[in-house]
Write a protein that binds this ligand. Structure first.
Ligand code: FES
Length: 143
């Protein structure tokens, strides 16, 4: 069996929603201290809390790029609450799986989206439950 699914290869080679965004009202950046990879997510959220557009920049491995690409596709057009509920497991499943030692790369995507939503809440003065944003870095998931 191939190490990477066709979907992973597709999203790695043709990543969706790559880039930056001037009009973003929520930006999140997380890093993985172990591998040094960094992921940044930009959200453009409308007045009904729907994610109008999303972009990402990832300085990281192929799995991190594929995970960010898939994650942005999964939350585009969705309410912020859906983005907040997105787990790295859902991203991994949508990709058709990742090798066990690459699961932490998908965690980076989940955390970057959460960080961007938190930034949006902070900017807009929207109250939130701090428990939704545990203060843990992706490296906690690495071994
Ligand atoms: Fe660092 Fe994949 S090895 S995010």
């Amino acid at each position: 069996m191939a190490l990477y699914s066709e979907k992973v290869m597709d999203h790695f080679l043709n990543p969706r929603n790559v880039g930056t965004m001037e009009e973003a009202n929520g930006v999140g950046e997380v890093g993985n201290a172990k591998c040094g990879d960094i992921m940044k997510i930009y959200l453009d959220i409308d007045e009904n809390q729907i994610i109008r557009d999303v972009k990402f920049e990832t300085f990281g491995c192929g799995s991190a790029i594929a995970s960010s690409s898939m994650a942005t596709e999964l939350i585009k057009g969705q309410p912020v609450s859906e983005a907040l509920a997105l787990t790295n497991k859902a991203v991994t499943e949508a990709l058709g799986g990742l090798p066990a030692h690459k699961i932490h790369c998908s965690v980076l995507a989940e955390e970057a989206i959460k960080a961007a939503v938190k930034d949006y809440y902070d900017r807009e003065g929207i109250e939130y439950d701090p428990a939704d944003f545990p203060d843990e870095s992706a490296c906690a998931h690495c071994h």
